[in-house]
Design a protein. Structure first.
Length: 366
């Protein structure tokens, strides 16, 4: 087992791109950390806080819509498209926290927020996302059990290469760059997944979700093709969706990519280790907290998914302290360093593909 290195803060930090150790900090237990968190009331819901977040999010959307109609038939409307793409990313934090029950105790209120912000604002299936995301939380970075790994073209372990065909293999060869380039398609991919999941009966409320998606498409397309010229309308859609896709990618890419990858049927890690060893935090600031909607506290979010976003900063302090006490690796880096680590990991994993050494590497692994 590789020994964790220690930052100046004294917190043990996992060296990125390593295999999961069998046990680290064996004396550490999630229940003990949970007691510290509960003692400070960090898991208590705060509906007033989220009402404020919803008002802020709505204000951003209304400002964008107002600008869209005021600018009108002009290529300057592409700047509005960027704004609306960013607003969509901010809106995703609303359905995310609602889906985790971190927002309201009332299930109907939480569901209303989720369906509105996912299906109507962003064209994403809330029902599909909740199921998909819950499975990710249960088994983060597990090659067979984490759907966030399974649905990507990029590979996170060489054993995944055999299932890639055609152009996918070309993408894998240069995935350290193309992974980020292809994020411009992420929003379109989410739209496609929404339609497919409803058609295949993978959602609990297909009629509601279908109605919201159709209403969104009708209003959205009517507005852009009525206010703008056909060419401007197409450009607006492409720019907005590309911006939203890149923003989605900025949010999810550094959270787990390049951290410990797990494999096999037997689980050797307890809940605390499973979440901490596979997650990466981005060092917080008021801007980073806003940009990531609190998901820069990925370690704490995975340990306490129902925790209100405003409490994650304090939970980070308690978790870092506890991990340092127990010798559990805790990884946190700055904004740019997080993406360098992701790109470096993707480059490293795909190196045997570029060198034509896949069979040899798989043979040694076996």
């Amino acid at each position: 087992m590789q020994r964790p290195h220690v930052q100046e803060t004294g917190v043990a930090v996992a060296p990125p791109h390593t295999q999961v150790p069998q046990r680290t900090g064996a004396s550490a237990t999630f229940s003990e950390l949970l007691k510290r968190v509960k003692a400070e009331g960090l898991l208590d819901l705060d509906p007033k806080y989220y009402i404020g977040r919803l008002v802020r999010n709505t204000t951003l959307l209304v400002a964008g819509l107002t600008a869209f109609f005021l600018v009108g038939d002009s290529w300057w409307t592409l700047a509005v498209a960027v704004w609306m793409g960013l607003c969509g990313g901010q809106s995703s934090f609303m359905w995310h926290d609602a889906g985790h029950k971190a927002m309201f105790r009332n299930k109907k209120a939480a569901s209303a927020v989720g369906y509105f912000h996912a299906n109507f604002v962003n064209g994403v299936s809330f029902g599909w996302w909740v199921n998909h995301h819950n499975r990710h939380h249960s088994n983060p970075n597990h090659l067979d059990m984490d759907p966030d790994i399974g649905r990507r073209t990029a590979i996170f372990d060489l054993k995944q290469y055999a299932s890639r065909t055609g152009v996918q293999r070309f993408i894998v060869r240069y995935q350290s760059v193309l992974f980020f380039v292809l994020l411009v398609l992420e929003s379109f991919k989410m739209h496609k997944t929404a339609v497919r999941s409803i058609r295949q009966g993978l959602t609990k409320r297909p009629v509601l979700e279908s109605a919201l998606l159709l209403a969104r498409a009708a209003i959205y397309l009517t507005c852009v093709f009525t206010v703008l010229t056909p060419l401007q309308a197409v450009a607006f859609i492409l720019v907005q969706q590309a911006t939203l896709g890149v923003y989605f990618g900025m949010i999810f890419a550094p959270n787990h990519k390049g951290m410990d990858v797990r494999d096999g049927d037997e689980e050797t890690l307890d809940w605390l280790e499973r979440q901490v060893l596979t997650s990466r935090n981005i060092r917080p600031s008021w801007f980073i907290d806003f940009l990531y909607g609190g998901l820069n506290y990925q370690v704490e979010h995975h340990l306490f998914p129902a925790m209100p976003q405003k409490n994650l900063g304090r939970a980070r302090e308690l978790t870092r302290e506890y991990c340092a006490e127990r010798g559990v690796p805790y990884h946190e880096v700055g904004f740019f360093a997080s993406y360098r680590e992701v790109a470096g990991y993707l480059h490293e994993v795909s190196a045997p593909v570029r060198r034509g050494e896949v069979d040899a590497h798989l043979g040694r692994a076996a």
